[in-house]
Design a protein around this ligand. Structure first.
Ligand SMILES: Nc1nc(=O)c2c([nH]1)NC[C@@H]1CN(c3ccc(C(=O)N[C@@H](CCC(=O)O)C(=O)O)cc3)C=[N+]21
Length: 286
């Protein structure tokens, strides 16, 4: 079977072009959408992502403030930084880069972010609204995956979607969004027995495991759509996903590459959430 390579770079560019137009409109009203990114410690992967986010903000004419701290920062200090950002009218979105150092309670930090500025969609209020299908900031990676499927005319309705991974930020919410699109959703995870027999039933397979090249074609039904959320380094230190692309190519109908698949979509959806937050501020004031 010939496999179509899903072009996350191209689709994310289209979304960013639309965001840029919304930014320009806001600027005519005297509003510059502002994203605050809080980065703690020296995790080099985190630094790369944060640089990408900043670069994208600048390209779209948005403001981005980087608040960088050493990993000796206390939880209390972080919470007061978030409090300041919550109260800063020039800031429409707050992103605290995860993972956090072990001495800081991640849940407490997410809970401290004003839900109206929760552009990551990680706050329990955002998650709750998403679960009941109400307006909410949707988590960027899951939302980006839905946009990719939409762009390629892949309708989850009635299809069996299998999600491997159950993290709060990717696995769980992407299954929820697929359910809202009328898919039949199954979750697999590290304790799942005989995982291949389940993933082999998937019309849409989402790999959010965190293990380099874990998924080979023995997990994939011929003709399946395979979405790779992995961001790993292989033996040679090269960026790679959870899917062994070379092995699965030829079996899947559509596949996302790494890089150039889901990653760029995550950033595009973050920009969309931030401009949306700034627009909401505009309608609120009027
Ligand atoms: N509060 C928070 N929000 C996040 O959204 C968040 C986070 N913490 N912590 C880390 C993860 C990871 N993440 C990525 C975003 C874009 C790419 C991305 O653009 N990847 C490029 C390649 C980048 C490269 O070359 O290293 C691609 O796939 O083509 C990757 C990973 C956001 N995360």
């Amino acid at each position: 079977m010939s496999t179509t390579r899903i072009d996350g770079k191209a689709v994310s560019q289209k979304i960013k072009d639309q965001v840029k137009k919304r930014v320009d409109r806001l600027k005519q009203e005297g509003i510059v959408p502002g994203l605050a990114v809080v980065l703690i410690g020296e995790n080099s992967a985190s630094h790369t992502y944060v640089k990408n986010k900043k670069k994208t903000c600048e390209a779209l004419g948005m403001r981005s403030d980087l608040h960088q701290f050493p990993d000796t920062l206390t939880e209390h200090e972080l919470l007061s930084t978030i409090d300041e950002l919550n109260n800063d009218p020039a800031i429409h979105g707050i992103l605290v880069q995860l993972p956090l150092p072990a001495h800081i309670d991640e849940f407490k930090v997410i809970l401290a972010i004003d839900p109206s500025k929760d552009v990551d969609g990680f706050h329990p209020v955002s998650i709750g609204n998403m679960m009941i299908g109400k307006e909410a900031f949707l988590p960027c990676t899951p939302h980006g995956i839905i946009k990719l499927l939409e762009h390629y005319g892949i309708d989850p309705k009635g299809k069996h979607a299998v999600v491997i991974g159950r993290s709060n930020i990717v696995g769980k919410p992407v299954g929820q969004l697929l359910l809202q699109k009328d898919a039949t959703v199954t979750y697999c995870h590290s304790k799942t027995e005989d995982m291949e027999s389940i993933t082999k039933q998937a019309d849409i397979l989402i790999a959010a495991i965190g293990k380099a090249k874990f998924i080979d074609r023995s997990y994939v039904k011929p003709g399946a759509v395979v979405i790779d959320v992995g961001m790993n380094r292989d033996e040679d230190g090269k960026l790679c996903g959870d899917v062994d692309f070379a092995d699965v190519e030829g079996t899947a109908s559509y596949m996302t590459p790494v890089p150039g698949g889901v990653g760029p979509m995550t950033i595009a959806m973050l920009m969309e959430n931030t401009v949306q937050s700034a627009e909401y501020g505009l309608t609120k004031d009027k």
